[in-house]
Design a binder for this molecule. Structure first.
Ligand code: V47
Ligand code: SF4
Length: 378
């Protein structure tokens, strides 16, 4: 049962009251209304509205999974202004794992209870669809029951081009090799004013959206992201979410939306301040309220930290990603937690102590285990 908040409701302005009525009735909010929420300083109201939707969709349940990342290379043909991860071939700090090394990595996760491997990396100048297909096949042979969520739209565009395949041909080939879903990366900010300043040369907005639309049509679900907190303003964020909401109306193929907070170390945008905790929470709340057709909202804890992830559950978030097992470098190279890892017990305790019911899920949000009982130390 969603807790009533009579004193909060009594203190609302006329405009806030109208928004509350709209959200209660399950109606979609407009871009102008989203902007007014972003501009609002009434944080309890934002938390209340987002929680209303969160409770309606998921009650008190909060999801997580047991996952690891594999980053096959950080060599990249692009040079995004916000990126701290990419290197040129031969540059210090560059890596490229061959398929035998990938096999060794997969073997190291055998019998560890993971249910998902997330694969993403730099856009390598030479590797093509056949290469990545072989990678998927080898991982599936070693970890046959594990869901593989792999390759951003940006990586897919280039590997298909290199293999002279259409996106549809490439996706069907990779699906046959074991690709189960597509992660949400590469979306950044869709608005051309911003996109041309932060990632001018990689997949355009139209290409990113077309690749996800094609994937959905072929029965490959995906996630979507938004990189926020750099040079964009609220109107760019709303434009970005509108394009995702429109595509979701068409396809219903997105499982979750993941706002990614810009981390500033070791990249060309280091002169910017990072967003505040309140701004991060506000962004989750507006996303939950505006994106009414995407079932899950994920707080990616390696990026924002464990405490913010925990708080975000009160601002519309229902998914905290997974255990990670210290397997990603994208964010630590930009200044986030150097060794991201959370044991299952830690994730469960973190969710329970925020007042929610932890649910271990698979990659498609089927429930694997509901942790009904409070832990003894909570
Ligand atoms: O597209 C890169 C972001 C993304 C920085 O689908 C940065 O479940 C912040 O999309 N500060 C790739 N963000 C990762 C990604 C992702 C992550 C977790 C889960 C899922 C999922 C997808 O990482 C890139 C870019 O937006 N990124 N550099 C940075 N300095
Ligand atoms: Fe390459 Fe991705 Fe970094 Fe851009 S964000 S430079 S595409 S690794």
């Amino acid at each position: 049962m969603f807790p009533e908040a009579p004193s909060l409701i009594k203190s609302l302005t006329k405009e806030e009251r109208a928004l509350l009525d709209k959200v209660k009735a399950g109606e979609r909010i407009s871009d102008e209304e989203a902007l007014s929420l972003y501009q609002s300083q009434n944080i309890p109201f934002l938390a209340y509205l987002a929680s209303l939707i969160r409770y309606r969709n998921h009650g008190k349940e909060a999801y997580f999974n047991r996952n690891v990342h594999i980053e096959p290379t950080n060599i990249c043909i692009y040079d995004c202004a916000f990126c701290s991860f990419a290197r040129r071939p031969g540059e210090g700090g560059a890596w490229e794992y061959d398929l035998d090394t990938i096999e060794q990595i997969a073997l190291s996760y055998k019998d560890k209870g993971i249910t998902e491997v997330h694969i993403t990396g730099g856009v390598h100048p030479k590797r093509d669809v056949k290469y990545y297909g072989e990678m998927l096949k080898r991982i599936k042979t070693i970890l046959p029951h594990v869901h593989i969520k792999a390759f951003t739209a940006v990586e897919l565009q280039v590997m298909c081009m290199r293999s002279k395949m259409s996106i549809e041909e490439g996706l069907l080939y990779l699906k046959d090799c074991g690709l189960d879903s597509i992660p949400g990366g590469g979306a950044e900010i869709f608005h051309p004013e911003i996109r041309k300043q932060i990632c001018n040369t990689k997949a355009t907005t139209e290409v990113w959206l077309a690749i996800h639309e094609t994937a959905h049509r072929l029965g490959i679900p995906s996630n979507c992201t938004m990189l926020y907190g750099h040079i964009e303003d609220y109107t760019h964020r709303i434009h970005h979410m509108r394009l995702l909401r429109e595509l979701q109306d068409k396809t219903q193929g997105f499982n979750c939306f993941i706002p990614l907070k810009f981390k500033r170390e070791n990249n060309r945008l280091s002169y910017l301040e990072e967003t505040s905790l309140l701004e991060d929470l506000k962004n989750y709340a507006v996303a939950r309220i505006y994106m009414d057709n995407i079932p899950h909202l994920k707080a990616y804890w390696p990026m924002i930290g464990k405490s913010t992830a925990q708080l975000s559950l009160h601002f519309g978030v229902d998914d905290l990603d997974g255990t990670i097992d210290d397997s990603t470098r994208i964010y630590s190279m930009a200044g986030a937690d150097a060794h991201p890892v959370m044991r299952t017990e830690e994730l469960v305790a973190l969710i329970q102590s925020a007042g929610f019911i932890p649910v271990e899920r698979d990659s498609l949000y089927n429930k694997l285990k509901v942790y009904q009982d409070a832990l003894s130390h909570v």
